[in-house]
Design a protein around this ligand. Structure first.
Ligand code: NAD
Length: 382
């Protein structure tokens, strides 16, 4: 089996779980890791037994013994650093959301196409058993004509940092580009776009909110200026529509799972349910998904290539499976989300042409680090 040799940039919270996952995979070696914070970098490398460490990612990118680089950085660093990864001749796996704006995500997507590099975005919900079950029903024609989907994500009070979990960078437009809608909405919206064949919306409306008080000390420390709630409505071709509600914090009961509504049947995701009519009865079904998953994995071991985003990435690097078009799905997810932000700003529905024309780069242009200021190239990147 070909050994896959990886570099990683960013050694924070999510990088730790990536490293744990790579450690479980046969024939995968993390050769080098990077973080601007030396203590964090050294501790992470020691914990995971990584030999080479770098404070400046550009030094890591000079290595010629790495197949691909895993980018575990704050959103507004995804585009500039992922692009540098690909320009350095390496395939790139980048955390979600794809970037801090559609324009930056598009620059990543275009560069990957131009260079013929693999670009994979972490969209964990594409690999869930519920997604596979919904896919089976859709492919078998059991839902008929799908006309409406509902993207839902609920936290009662789970804003990063100010409510406890994670670092303060999630809460600043400067580092993240957006809040709940980008951070968690990306999972739910991308899951539905994937199941629908990745359509792009024609028109979008919506609004984002920050209304609920929070811990004042942490608010000040993080400069909280992102959304804690995003709601939206998108129109696609052929009468298909999607409504979105994504909350980090809301005074409301749980929303339940996302929904796909078709003329012959409907599906709820997480918890999984199948809703249809037969013999003049209104029927609601559950599935023994874990038993189906076990049986299918036994009969078709290649299913393991779709068990998680990281497993899929490694299998694709080995050439065992074609890479899912996660960059394109993540790009359309950014497009729809940015439509909601733009509509909220303009207080009206916006067209696809307007989203395309009015999106601006939010990528960091410079970044102060303990070893000096890093300067990122402006778009276009050539
Ligand atoms: N935390 C989670 O549970 C989680 C889950 C899924 C996805 N993500 C995504 O992962 C990304 C990172 O989130 P996180 O929670 O790991 O953040 P984090 O703050 O814990 O880690 C980010 C790390 O990047 C380092 N860094 C910053 N600039 C750098 C640079 N120029 N070069 C090298 N290192 C640099 C920071 O020092 C920090 O250690 C975000 O895009 C987030 O949306 C996070």
């Amino acid at each position: 089996m070909k050994e896959i040799r990886l570099g990683m940039i960013g050694q924070g919270i999510i990088a730790q779980s990536h490293l744990d996952e790579y450690a479980k995979m046969a024939g995968v070696k993390v050769v080098a890791v990077c973080d601007i914070l030396k203590d964090k970098l050294e501790a992470s490398a020691k914990k995971h037994g990584v030999e080479h460490i770098y404070e400046d990612y550009r030094e890591l990118l000079k290595r010629d013994d790495i197949d691909a680089v895993d980018v575990c950085l704050h959103n507004n660093l995804h585009a500039p650093i992922s692009c540098e990864v690909m320009l350095a001749g390496k395939d790139c796996y980048c955390e979600k959301p794809m970037a801090g704006s559609y324009k930056d995500a598009k620059a990543m997507y275009d560069l990957a196409k131009e260079l013929g590099r693999k670009l994979h975005i972490q969209l964990a919900f594409l690999y869930t058993p519920d997604t596979r079950a919904a896919r089976k029903l859709i492919d078998a024609g059991k839902l008929g004509r799908i006309y409406h989907v509902r993207s839902k994500g609920y936290r009662r009070r789970g804003r990063p940092f100010v409510d406890g979990y994670a670092e303060k960078e999630f809460n600043s437009m400067h580092m993240a580009g957006g809040g709940a809608l980008y951070d968690m909405g990306v999972y739910h919206i991308s899951q539905l776009l994937y199941l629908l064949g990745n359509p792009r919306p024609l028109r979008v409306s919506g609004r984002t909110y920050q209304e609920i008080p929070m811990d004042e000390k942490r608010k000040k420390e993080s400069g909280f200026d992102v959304d804690e709630l995003g709601v939206g409505f998108a129109r696609f071709a052929d009468g298909l529509t999607m409504d979105v509600i994504e909350s980090w914090a809301i005074h409301a009961p749980p929303f339940g799972g996302s929904v796909i509504a078709g003329s012959l049947g409907g599906v709820c995701l997480d918890p999984f349910g199948y809703y249809f009519s037969d013999a003049d009865m209104t029927l609601s079904a559950t599935a023994d998904i874990s038993a189906d998953e076990y049986r299918n994995h036994q009969l078709n071991p290649e299913m393991a290539y779709h068990d998680s985003s990281q497993k899929h990435w490694v299998a694709a690097l080995r050439g065992q499976v074609p890479l899912l078009n996660t960059a394109e799905i993540a790009l359309n997810t950014m497009f729809l989300s940015e439509g909601i932000f733009l509509s909220g700003k303009l207080e009206r529905e916006v067209t696809a042409d307007e989203i395309e024309a009015m999106s601006v780069s939010t990528s960091l242009k410079t970044q102060d680090t303990p070893f000096g200021t890093l300067t990122y190239k402006p778009w276009p990147f050539k």
